[in-house]
Design a protein around this ligand. Structure first.
Ligand code: GLC
Length: 434
């Protein structure tokens, strides 16, 4: 390893989907103390940073990606003392905690939004993206949100529509407003002052909105996908350079952007010294089996040569432009065996599955970049059998969110209570212990 490398280029990162990792209090939902209990295990695996999915106060409409208060821990996951304890205990073991910053939107229960929605005349009236209805009462544009349905929701109290890239419970913030940006930088600095080691920037390529005009319809509903209209539009880098100046400069942390819509040719503006982040997630290998990124149910066949070409391109870009996370799954994606070795996951042969897992593991730890392991890969997961579950397995995000399998004991040792999502049946043989 070269001398000049940063700490985060020399370590492994583990993404922890808190809800499914380890439950310390028997309510069936993983929590912060559950992570603290497993720090020695993570250290033993060579993990130097934990990307923690959102644990802030939230009504959990999108499992925490809808934040009601950036300065509080959701009681489902513990308390601020538990968080401080986790940061400190992790630090003793040389593990940094990396927070998920969800800055494109908040929860509709966030006090910022409640105030903004209370009427047209209040100090936060311009903190979200509000527009009048068209003369016929319909939505201001034909945009479809990423989860389906209109990207606009009507507010009775305000008498206007607000924009949301994701669920209607996740209203988009108005980054054009300097007060909003200031409030967000304060949030980031609050967490850095607590000693966190960096940030994963959620959905960050959507923060800058172009002119709000109708898009070319791309589906039977007559709507246009919002992300086609808003991902990575002109001017976004000005915001992100400001973020870098106000938050990152002078701190020994890393930032990784969830950067849908950033093209390989633009990478040097996004990562590295001249860029805005240390790394960005590059999704081309994740999209390998999709005909287009709008319609997740429209799949295509792909060959090993396709995968080699995609990974080769991405490695070349990395060499030229900076550094990538290496990842083959996360909490939004199908499990990697199902994704890349579908014929293996359909077979009854467990040894083929472990071989497939080893192949992915080998790629993961030999490509250039920082390996981002998802905790489910820490064990090797099997598959469901029923044909009827086929579609669900590929498209439901739940299949990537089942509880971690620690032991062969009841509920795989994840909880002493009732797990929030059923544990995969294979836990008796597939568990971290075995
Ligand atoms: C990101 C997260 C995903 C979430 C969405 C909205 O894509 O990874 O889980 O639903 O942002 O915040």
């Amino acid at each position: 390893m070269s001398e000049g490398m940063k700490w985060w280029q020399k370590t492994n990162v583990c993404e922890i989907y808190i809800r499914s990792f380890n439950d310390s209090d028997g309510d069936g939902i993983g929590d912060l103390n559950g992570i603290t209990e497993k720090l020695d295990y993570l250290k033993e695996l060579g993990i130097g940073a934990i990307w923690l999915t959102p644990c802030y106060k939230s009504p959990q409409a999108d499992n925490g990606y809808d934040i009601a208060d950036y300065y509080e821990i959701d009681e489902t996951f513990g308390t601020m003392e538990d968080m401080d304890h986790l940061i400190a205990e992790a630090g003793k073991r040389g593990i940094r905690i990396v927070m998920d910053l969800v800055f494109n939107h908040t929860s509709d229960q966030n006090s910022w939004f409640l105030e903004s929605a209370s009427g047209k005349d209040n100090p936060k009236s311009d903190w979200y993206i509000w527009r009048d209805a068209r003369p016929d009462g319909s939505e201001p544009t034909n945009w479809r949100n990423i989860f389906g349905g209109s990207a606009w929701t009507w507010s009775e109290t305000r008498g206007q529509y607000y924009l949301h890239t994701f669920l209607s419970e996740q209203p988009d913030l108005n980054w054009e407003n300097p007060e909003v940006r200031e409030a967000l930088y304060n949030v980031a600095n609050f967490w850095l002052d607590k000693g966190v080691g960096g940030f994963r920037m959620d959905a960050v390529t959507y923060i800058k909105k172009p002119a709000l005009t109708d898009g070319e319809p791309d589906g039977r509903d007559g709507r246009a996908a919002i992300h086609k209209m808003t991902a990575n539009t002109e001017g976004i880098l000005d915001f992100l350079h400001e973020f870098k100046d106000r938050v990152q400069r002078g701190r020994d942390i890393f930032t990784v952007g969830e950067a849908n819509g950033v093209r390989a040719s633009e990478l040097s503006q996004w990562v590295g010294d001249e860029g805005v982040f240390d790394m960005v997630f590059e999704f081309s290998h994740m999209l390998i089996d999709l005909n287009n990124e709008i319609d997740w149910s429209s799949r295509r066949n792909w060959s090993l040569a396709d995968l080699k070409r995609i990974l080769g391109d991405s490695q070349r870009n990395t060499a030229e432009n900076g550094w990538y996370p290496i990842f083959f799954e996360n909490h939004d994606q199908p499990r990697c065996i199902d994704h890349y070795f579908p014929w293996v996951s359909d077979s009854e042969n467990g040894s083929e599955e472990s071989m497939a897992a080893k192949v992915i593991g080998t790629l993961m730890f030999t490509l250039r970049g920082t390996p981002f392991v998802y905790h489910h890969f820490l064990i090797h997961e099997g598959r469901t059998e029923e044909e009827a579950l086929e579609a669900v397995r590929h498209f439901s995000r739940d299949s990537a969110r089942t509880p971690m399998q620690w032991t062969a004991e009841e509920n795989a040792g994840f909880t002493t209570g009732e797990p929030w999502l059923p544990v995969n049946d294979n836990y008796r043989t597939c568990n971290a212990d075995s």
